[in-house]
Design a protein around this ligand. Structure first.
Ligand SMILES: [Zn+2]
Ligand SMILES: [Zn+2]
Length: 404
């Protein structure tokens, strides 16, 4: 028997219904904020992710579904959504035209990692990217939008914020940090390696000994240039104005050089150990990294599987009709009736003749509002038997009455 690949899962009802419920409502909110839907290919040139996500990251270094296609191209199944959207933005020459663009996307992403609870090799993300909008109000508005999405589903969270500075203040800070790290031999091997390659990343090391040492490390938040400091203050002020609760986490970092200024994460305590359910921030250098003209950018992504664990679906109401025949002769009229009704109503149809009791049971299972049955009596009278499964009333009606 052929089974789905390890770490890959079929999505069936009720999970599939929840997935649709999630993406539809997020899409609606994103549209209210002026975002439009974009769909980029699942397969991209490997170089796209090497250059954007970075070769030193685990995602690109270890977890890519990478292969050579029949034309000899080095290709990869997307491990995340931002790179493809940025590529599309540049390919449309929106960077040269300096247009403001806001996109939302959702769909499957692929990472070849060890499958474990809540972590699949094929998983789904919903994300947004906004280009050419460097006003700090855009940062605030994106955080407000994401908050609105999570609130809609009743998901609890803690919002963490940080500023990663800019090309003015970040390099000087990095030097300060490296200077500090040189004097600390007690840090772990990973951190020693990061000290030389990507020093900012040491700050989110999971090793407690390292964290004890970093209590005394210089923080970027104390070393921001006046512009970054002003923008960060403004961002907090806007969020305060909307009564959005947040904590400033100066150790919330992102590893790559193109990230700057606002970084944020929505963290939930409801799925195992504290974990990020959504994260995002500014990446004003990313478009240039991918050979585009300088273009500011900001976005976020959230993992849909994780969020689905936290979503309770609203109780579904009885909707539509069920049609069933009580005798062989009624089978054809039932079929015709159902096809007509389907133009305007959800209509479940049972092809087989069954007892009234069996049909009622099926109708109930399908959670429809009305059960319609046609048997010998109904055929003789040219009527239709209908039962409202909500108020339990039953009666005989004509076809015209039913079809309006
Ligand atoms: Zn700065
Ligand atoms: Zn460490």
């Amino acid at each position: 028997m052929i089974q789905a690949l390890r770490g890959m899962k079929d999505l069936l009802s009720p999970s599939s219904e929840k997935y649709i419920y999630f993406v539809e409502n997020c899409s609606k909110i994103a549209r209210n904020y002026g975002f439009e839907y974009i769909e980029t290919p699942i397969l991209e040139e490997t170089a796209l992710f090497k250059r954007s996500v970075g070769e030193s990251s685990d995602i690109v270094g270890k977890e890519m579904y990478q292969f050579t296609d029949k034309g000899g191209n080095d290709v990869c199944m997307r491990p995340e959504g931002t790179a493809g959207v940025v590529r599309a933005f540049i390919q449309q020459k929106y960077d040269k035209a300096k247009v403001q663009k806001k996109f939302f996307y959702y769909g499957p992403m692929f990472r070849y990692e060890r499958p474990q609870k809540g972590r699949l090799r094929e998983f789904h993300q919903f994300g947004v990217e906004s280009f050419n909008q460097s006003n700090i109000k855009e940062d605030a508005s994106i955080i407000l939008m994401l908050k609105e999405m999570l609130d809609f589903f009743g998901i609890g969270y803690r919002l963490e914020l940080n500023s990663l500075g800019c090309s003015e203040c970040m390099p000087a800070y990095r030097e300060k940090l490296v200077e500090f790290l040189k004097g600390e031999d007690g840090i772990c091997e990973d951190c020693k390696r990061r000290r030389d390659t990507n020093p900012i990343r040491v700050l989110d090391c999971k090793n407690q000994r390292c964290q004890d040492i970093y209590i005394n490390a210089p923080l970027l938040i104390d070393n921001l240039c006046p512009t970054c400091r002003g923008d960060f203050a403004k961002l907090k002020e806007i969020l305060d104005g909307f009564e959005v609760k947040y904590i400033v986490n100066p150790k919330l970092v992102r590893g790559l050089d193109y990230y700057n200024k606002t970084a944020f994460e929505f963290v939930s305590d409801d799925i195992g150990a504290q974990s990020a359910i959504a994260g995002g921030g500014r990446y004003d250098k990313l478009v240039e990294y991918l050979d585009g003209k300088p273009t500011s950018g900001i976005g976020f992504a959230m993992g849909i599987e994780r969020l689905m664990e936290l979503i309770v679906m609203p109780e579904s109401k009885r909707v539509g009709y069920y049609v069933g025949a009580l005798c062989d002769e009624a089978s054809e009229p039932c079929f015709e009736l159902a096809i007509k009704m389907r133009k305007t109503q959800k209509t479940a149809l049972n092809y087989d003749k069954k007892s009234l009791k069996a049909h009622l049971k099926n109708a109930d299972k399908q959670n429809v509002r009305y059960c319609i049955c046609i048997g010998e009596d109904e055929l003789a009278k040219d009527k239709i038997w209908i039962k409202d499964l909500q108020d339990k009333k039953e009666r005989l009606i004509s076809r015209d009455e039913l079809l309006g």
